[in-house]
Design a protein around this ligand. Structure first.
Ligand SMILES: [Zn+2]
Length: 353
């Protein structure tokens, strides 16, 4: 295995200049088994050294080298200290936004979330999904590695969340009707093994919701060089995520397939294990290569709507709106209760024609 940018990776920040980049001598791709990789970036989004390669066989984009478990543990311990500075309570504006987004997502897929049963949120963060899931009648539990968010979820929102990692959480096969894995899979060293493990935890007919950032979308919308992150080991697009799910014996739910077609948010259930379609993956590699080349060339991202300045103004306006709305609530718990009531009212209302 190459060691090309490895020394700068641990902290996500650069340690200096002049690290030599070596050739394509990485291990075989976790998705297609291919050995041909192309370097797409030598820097992370903070400007630190980070080597990222695109697989010529499928388009999966992966950090290289893949960090070891002890390296990841050290990174998260350090990153959390840096990022949170001891703070364990999210800002009120963030809480309102998270509840609003989660509520809209649950209403969009009310046919899935309306089924009840025993649900698990892996990487439950500040607990919005679990709070609303409980309001919908599900029996919920959460697993969250971050101590501050774990305590916040328990103490402020009254949720059954325990501090653990996915690997250490250890559930019996067939334990859950629904498992949510949102913005977690991209952090895993072996995402195929993770999906196979979660498939086993599902009850017959159970649903796994997996959501990851879409690297193709981010490459179009982010500034040049602002893509990669030490903690995001695998960078998926809609094609590679679906192929990985198929290889793990997970198929998309028929009733959500159309709605989620362009996204990297999939509702999956246990099915036959699929051998990835090599020709389709090879076409995806060509597409992803072109997207990465465009990203590397572009001085500014190409927003899907409006101009760059217009989008910036829109974002500022949105943040102000969130802050003003959130300030009307006396505390975090009041935001949670309001979101839960609003969700229940929407569920009880007749569907629009
Ligand atoms: Zn591949």
């Amino acid at each position: 295995m190459t060691t090309c940018c490895g020394t700068g990776g641990m902290t996500g920040r650069g340690t200096g200049q002049g690290t030599a980049l070596r050739g394509d001598d990485t291990k075989g791709c976790i998705l297609c088994g291919g050995m041909k990789h192309e370097l797409v970036s030598e820097r992370d989004r903070h400007g630190g050294l980070l080597c990222t390669r695109l697989c010529a066989g499928c388009g999966l984009i992966r950090n290289d080298p893949v960090p070891t478990e002890p390296e990841l543990d050290a990174f998260y311990a350090s990153a959390y200290r840096e990022s949170y500075k001891g703070a364990s309570v999210p800002r009120r504006r963030q809480v309102w936004r998270n509840f609003d987004r989660t509520k809209r997502h649950m209403l969009t897929y009310r046919d899935v979330y309306g089924q009840g049963g025993r649900w698990l949120d892996l990487g439950s963060g500040s607990g919005e999904f679990l709070y609303l899931a409980r309001a919908m009648g599900a029996e919920v539990e959460g697993v969250e590695p971050h101590e501050g968010y774990c305590l916040y979820s328990r103490d402020t929102l009254g949720l059954p969340v325990r501090r653990a990692t996915l690997d250490s959480s250890g559930y019996d096969p067939g334990s859950f009707d629904l498992i949510r894995l949102s913005h977690v899979l991209e952090h895993m060293r072996d995402p195929l093994r993770t999906l196979i493990q979660l498939r086993a935890w599902l009850r017959p007919g159970g649903v796994l919701y997996v959501e990851v950032p879409d690297i193709a979308e981010e490459a179009r919308n982010r500034l040049r060089g602002r893509l990669f992150h030490y903690g995001h080991i695998n960078n998926f697009d809609p094609v590679t995520l679906r192929a990985l799910a198929g290889a793990a014996g997970l198929v998309e739910l028929g009733r959500t397939k159309q709605r989620a077609a362009q996204t990297t948010g999939l509702f999956l259930t246990a099915g036959a294990t699929l051998v990835p379609d090599a020709a389709a993956l090879a076409r995806n590699a060509v597409t992803m290569r072109a997207i990465m080349a465009d990203h590397a060339k572009a001085l500014l991202p190409r927003p899907p709507k409006g101009t760059v300045i217009g989008r910036f103004v829109g974002r500022v306006h949105e943040r102000l709106r969130e802050a003003v709305t959130a300030s009307r609530f006396r505390c975090h718990r009041a935001i949670a209760e309001d979101a839960a009531q609003s969700l229940q009212a929407s569920l009880n209302a007749p569907l629009a024609a």
